[in-house]
Design a protein around this ligand. Structure first.
Ligand code: 5GP
Ligand code: MG
Length: 191
């Protein structure tokens, strides 16, 4: 009995998470993300040999990254979140940011590590750094998974960066488009 001819016209099956949309390209696949998050965890572990560490995630975009990151930090820490909102599109660029959910944890005397998904202009973070800095933390630093390197001369440089990001609109691993795609285990740019 001879074998039936096998079709070799493969096309990658569409990801059922994508609402029928195509990703233009996968910028960072799951293995790449996981490997870098492990490195970041080690960097952060050695950067904080002592003191109380509070990892503050900026919702919603940081939730996947933060969940993976804290499991790679080998020292005691606390986790809290904050939600920031601008007063409207026009005020985003002026850095006018309001805390919609303010962390309940006391910041005074602690090392604060603010965790963000992606830095674009950097204005959101810099405004938050100003606000949080007034609460007398021992130190305050930023960890961002992605950095578009568009912003120059920010008053608070990002201490821990996962990857330099292409200047494309990215989704996945916490990043959304109209609240979709946050659950992708990779970072992709949309078609
Ligand atoms: P910034 O204040 O740095 O200009 O804005 C950063 C915020 O803009 C991020 O927290 C994120 O919410 C949003 N953002 C910037 N670039 C991207 C992108 O490529 N994809 C997504 N999903 N959000 C982005
Ligand atoms: Mg965000």
């Amino acid at each position: 009995m001879s074998a039936a001819p096998v079709s070799v016209a493969f096309t990658a099956p569409a990801d059922p998470r994508l609402l029928g949309r195509d990703v233009r390209r996968i910028a960072f696949d799951a293995a790449t993300l996981n490997a870098r998050v492990r490195e970041l965890g080690a960097e952060i572990t050695s950067a904080y040999p002592d003191g109380d560490l509070l990892v503050l995630g900026l919702l919603k975009g940081s939730f996947v990254f933060l969940a993976d990151l804290v499991r790679e930090i080998r020292r005691p820490l606390h986790v809290d979140f904050l939600v920031a909102s601008s007063y409207g599109e026009a005020t985003v660029s002026s850095g006018n940011v309001k805390l919609v959910y303010d962390p309940e944890t006391v910041l005074e005397g602690k090392h604060i590590l603010l965790v963000e998904d992606i830095v674009d202009s950097g204005k959101t973070l810099n405004t938050l750094m100003g606000l949080l800095g007034q609460r007398s933390p021992k130190s305050i630093e930023i960890c961002a998974l992605l950095h578009k390197r568009i912003a120059r001369d920010l008053p608070h440089p990002v201490r821990f960066v996962g990857f330099d990001a292409p200047n494309e609109f990215l989704v996945g691993y916490g990043l959304d488009h109209a609240e979709n795609f946050r659950h992708l285990p990779y970072v992709a740019s949309l078609e």
